[in-house]
Design a protein around this ligand. Structure first.
Ligand SMILES: CC(C)C(=O)C(=O)O
Length: 462
């Protein structure tokens, strides 16, 4: 009992009986949590009903991995594209630096050129950080380029330690600590990417390791960031779920038992089970200041947490955008489609072609009466994307006029009226389609073609 004492937990204000030492549990055989992860069965979510309190930090932010995890999973961006996207991220994050950092490869000359060009912009945010192989030579490179922080891979599950690195936990921990120390010796802030944390032994490896990292932080008087990597997307946010799958449980353990302050905890999610966004918001709610995201969720396999989604999560949780310019999201989507050739699936929230298009005639009717009925918020104001209705047999002249005005962004004098000749003629063509037996809604392309041909008949342009 010498190591145990009762103390007031500053996060919960509850008296707790706490073990002050979390020694490394150096097992002989890997703990791969077969009760939760049997490869020939669907992974399981178990509960022990231990409830973890909310602890949303005073300040929360987004960091970006578009050029690292994002780029890892697709054809490389050109330097020009990287610099352009970086510019957009700077504008999107706003003056308060809500998109705080972005991480860059330094492997090739092309990677480094992009970094130099982004640094030349002189923006405070997003701070340019790196991702490198963990070697003294690379730490020096980071320093020479003038970057202050680098990501270092410190995989923490026994899947990685035993099967990939072929090490014991002790060997892995000693190896990681020596690499982190070397990084700090070079004067570069380490950001430790705890890969596969949601399949790791939290109290047998992660907490003891993070306790040691916090000691290094003390020794070098330099922050050490802990990135909580839900590499396979196994994390869950259900109250009372057991670790290692519980994101609240992991964040709580890091804060309370390893003493990692919120501003040094960052969550990195993957979307394999459709949970990346919820897990990221959960990480914020339970004490991580940072969530690491990628534009449009582009990342390994099913992708990462979409950055644009967390902008709207931020606004919902904090009641303010704190200076973020959400219209840049639409500019970015257009840039990806037109310049990068990336096809955004049409139903993608906030950026897909159809994200705010109401199709059913009956819903469209509601939209015509008051667009709030079927639009999530003023998408025109925040995303330059007016709510649209699709056209079918039930749309009527008012529906067609609404569609034309919204699609062609006509307002004031340019707005078309439901009694205009254009609308009457387009309606006649549409009605004829349905009289002839059509049962589906008209696509945008079909409508545009019909409107174009009526415009030609009427010698007018929109
Ligand atoms: C490679 C690691 C750091 C990662 O991105 C992840 O764990 O998802």
């Amino acid at each position: 009992m010498e190591n145990r004492k009762v103390f007031l937990n500053e996060h919960t204000n509850l008296l707790e009986l706490e073990e002050h030492m979390y020694p490394l549990v150096d097992v002989d055989t890997p703990n791969v949590f077969r009760n939760l992860f049997r490869y020939d069965e669907i992974p399981k979510i178990a509960f022990n009903d231990r409830i973890v309190p909310h602890h949303m930090p005073d300040e929360i932010w987004i960091t970006d991995t578009t050029f690292r995890d994002g780029q890892q999973s697709r054809a490389p961006y050109t330097s020009e594209q990287i610099v352009t996207i970086y510019d957009y991220l700077h504008r999107l994050g706003g003056p308060n630096g809500k998109i705080r950092q972005s991480e860059f490869f330094l492997y090739s000359k092309k990677d480094r050129d992009a970094v130099y060009r982004c640094l030349e912009k002189g923006y405070e945010f997003p701070e340019v950080t790196s991702w490198i192989r963990a070697s003294r030579k690379d730490f020096k490179l980071v320093k020479e380029i003038g970057l202050k922080e680098t990501g270092i891979l410190v995989s923490c599950s026994d899947y990685h330690i035993f099967y990939k690195l072929k090490m014991t936990r002790r060997q892995a921990m000693e190896h990681y600590l020596s690499v982190v120390r070397e990084c700090m010796e070079t004067g570069v802030r380490p950001r430790c990417h705890l890969e596969d944390i949601t399949r790791s032994d939290i109290y047998g490896f992660v907490i003891p390791f993070c306790v040691e990292l916090m000691k290094l932080m003390e020794e070098y008087k330099m922050p050490v960031k802990i990135r909580v990597c839900d590499t396979m997307g196994y994390g869950v946010n259900y109250p009372g779920a057991v670790i290692p799958r519980s994101i609240p449980g992991i964040i709580y353990g890091l804060m309370v038992h390893a003493g990692v302050p919120s501003e040094l905890i960052e969550f990195h999610g993957h979307n394999d089970f459709y949970k990346a966004v919820n897990n990221s918001s959960t990480a914020w709610l339970y004490g991580a200041s940072g969530v690491n995201c990628s534009l449009f969720g582009i990342g390994e396999r099913t992708g990462n947490t979409p950055l644009e989604a967390m902008v709207f999560e931020y606004a919902q949780l904090r009641g303010t955008l704190d200076g973020m310019d959400t219209t840049v999201i639409t500019e970015l989507a257009e840039y990806y489609e037109k310049e990068i050739g990336y096809k955004i699936p049409p139903r993608t929230p906030f950026v897909g072609k159809n994200f705010n298009v109401t199709r059913a005639g009956i819903h469209a009717d509601g939209m015509l009466k008051n667009e709030e009925i079927y639009n999530i918020f003023d998408t025109d104001k925040f995303l330059n994307r007016p709510a649209l209705v699709s056209i079918s047999n039930t749309s009527g002249a008012a529906g067609i006029a609404y569609w034309i005005n919204a699609y062609y962004k006509l307002s004031g004098d340019r707005e078309v009226d439901k009694n205009s000749e254009l609308v009457k003629r387009v309606k006649a063509v549409v009605d004829k389609e349905y009289e002839d037996g059509r049962v589906t809604v008209l696509t945008d392309e079909e409508l545009i073609a019909k409107i174009d041909s009526v415009c030609k008949e009427l010698h007018m342009t929109l």
